[in-house]
Design a protein around this ligand. Structure first.
Ligand SMILES: *[C@@H]1O[C@H](CO)[C@@H](O)[C@H](O)[C@H]1NC(C)=O
Ligand SMILES: *[C@@H]1O[C@H](CO)[C@@H](O)[C@H](O)[C@H]1NC(C)=O
Ligand SMILES: *[C@@H]1O[C@H](CO)[C@@H](O)[C@H](O)[C@H]1NC(C)=O
Length: 470
């Protein structure tokens, strides 16, 4: 006879399945919500939002690399003994209204949010026990920015998963610099700062995305990454739903993690064998808010939708970055882009959420047409209205059952919104409806059932091999 405690103990061993090795961690199925979500919002917010000049790397570029642009900016605008720390009290966040933020994010159609808990400057946006006097409760906002945003999102927009960015290294932290001077043969910084912070973040805020960064100067053995991840996946309060990126030590990006980010703005244009994410910025030049960004540096809505179409067709998620201001606002131009994206998704979301890549990613005849698939429907995201209202596709072959509609187009007349189409030599030609009868702006989605893919002449794409769990 087996004693109950003994049995529970055995079950416990089975449940606590992941070893602190990549080989073991890589066997964890990707929680399904993440692949279906497709779109997240990235927020870079911190003390760097005060100078809001150049980029969120302000401190490093000013006093680490001594770049003249930054040195001159400080000389011209601040008293000679002004320190980076002096910016912190000006991180006032007096207009920060987390409810308003959550409504903007809700309107954007995003399904997750990733906020910087701490960037490379080391300032924590939550009252961390491990960042005394260099955190948002002790100086600057005098509030728990993370906790307040997490609560607003979970209350107002429960469809949005709450996630956190966290930088492993800190440019000027003396503990880190000491470890580095010791050729990383000591790891006091990791033991006393990085890892305690990560545990604190998970226990306090239960993030469903941990977006790690600042890992690249040294391998994962220094960071104790696999040990933390084994705990995260086995025993943490978010063990069933959390996803993590791939920045857990030099050589790890693009090789390990729930999803790969590889490089910033990674957008390979071809199907990837592992779940990945394109993290990119509305302001081309910076992640943090830049007062000196000219209009031209902001992506247009067409550029944003183009990036979205390319990304999801190739199996990626899109993480769209906005930089809030020091006083707690989402700048109107960023808010507009996010709301435009949402208005497009209101009409065209069927092609996006819970879709999977199709056999072909983009068309072979008409450039700027990207595909996704859901059940028996193939979606073509068409980025420019075709000349003469006729779109030719080389990747799609009609069958007797072919039925094509355009999302957001209702024809009150005959044959149920079907678009006219015919077989042509290269594949299929679809006649677009009058533009004035169409709701969608910027890009148009065809929903096609009963079509077959043209047999590829180029090498077959890599099969998406990730497994998803419910
Ligand atoms: C930048 O200036 C600081 C202070 O003068 C100095 O310690 C540091 O070595 C300089 N960095 C570079 C990359 O020259
Ligand atoms: C963390 O990694 C170091 C090597 O840098 C190792 O000596 C130490 O035992 C590890 N700590 C834990 C808790 O795994
Ligand atoms: C399809 O996408 C690939 C990769 O981005 C690109 O090289 C190719 O030119 C595209 N095809 C067309 C017809 O635009």
């Amino acid at each position: 006879m087996v004693h109950l405690p003994h049995l529970l103990c055995l079950l416990g061993v089975v449940a606590a399945g992941y070893e602190p090795t990549w080989k073991s961690l890589d066997t964890r199925p990707l929680p399904a919500w993440y692949d279906g979500a497709k779109i997240g919002i990235f927020l870079h917010w911190g003390v760097f939002s005060v100078p809001s000049f150049g980029s969120e790397w302000f401190w490093q570029l000013w006093q680490g690399a001594n770049k003249s642009q930054y040195v001159d900016f400080m000389k011209k605008n601040y008293r000679p003994d002004f320190t980076y720390q002096d910016f912190a009290p000006q991180f006032t966040a007096e207009f920060f209204n987390p409810d308003e933020w959550s409504w903007i994010f809700g309107s954007s159609g995003a399904r997750y949010v990733v906020l910087t808990s701490k960037h490379h400057e080391g300032f924590t946006n939550w009252p961390s026990r491990y960042s005394w006097n260099w955190n948002a409760m002790d100086v600057g906002p005098k509030r728990d920015l993370l906790g307040d945003l997490a609560k607003a999102i979970r209350t107002n927009t429960p469809e949005i998963h709450f996630g956190l960015y966290h930088s492993m290294y800190e440019w000027f932290n003396p503990l880190y610099l000491q470890d580095k001077d010791n050729n990383f043969q000591t790891n006091n910084f990791v033991r006393e700062k990085t890892i305690p912070e990560l545990y604190e973040l998970v226990m306090k805020y239960q993030p469903e995305v941990i977006w790690s960064d600042g890992d690249w100067e040294i391998e994962d053995w220094y960071w104790n990454s696999t040990k933390f991840l084994a705990w995260l996946f086995n025993d943490s309060p978010v063990k069933d739903t959390v996803v993590v990126n791939d920045r857990w030590g030099r050589g790890i990006p693009c090789h390990h993690g729930s999803f790969y980010t590889c490089q910033d703005r990674y957008n390979p244009g071809v199907l990837q064998p592992h779940k990945w994410e394109n993290c990119m910025t509305l302001d081309r030049g910076s992640w943090g808010y830049r007062r000196n960004a000219p209009l031209f540096d902001y992506l247009t809505i067409h550029e944003l939708i183009t990036t979205l179409a390319q990304t999801i067709s190739c199996g990626g998620n899109l993480l769209v970055n906005a930089g809030p201001t020091h006083d707690g606002r989402i700048p109107p131009i960023m808010e507009e882009r996010l709301r435009q994206l949402g208005s497009w998704l209101d009409i065209n979301g069927d092609a996006v959420y819970d879709s999977t890549p199709w056999v072909h990613q983009n068309d072979t005849v008409t450039p700027g047409v990207w595909f996704t698939k859901k059940a028996d429907t193939v979606y073509a995201m068409v980025l420019s209205w075709p000349k003469g209202d006729k779109l030719t596709l080389g990747t799609v072959q009609p069958t007797p059952e072919t039925h094509i509609t355009m999302l957001g187009y209702k024809n009150n007349a005959i044959n149920k919104n079907s678009l006219k189409m015919k077989r042509v030599k290269s594949g299929i030609q679809v006649v677009f409806p009058p533009m004035s009868d169409v709701k969608s702006q910027w890009a148009w989605v065809l929903a096609m059932s009963g079509v077959t893919p043209t047999v590829r002449t180029s090498p077959a794409p890599t099969v998406m091999s990730w497994i998803t769990a419910p």
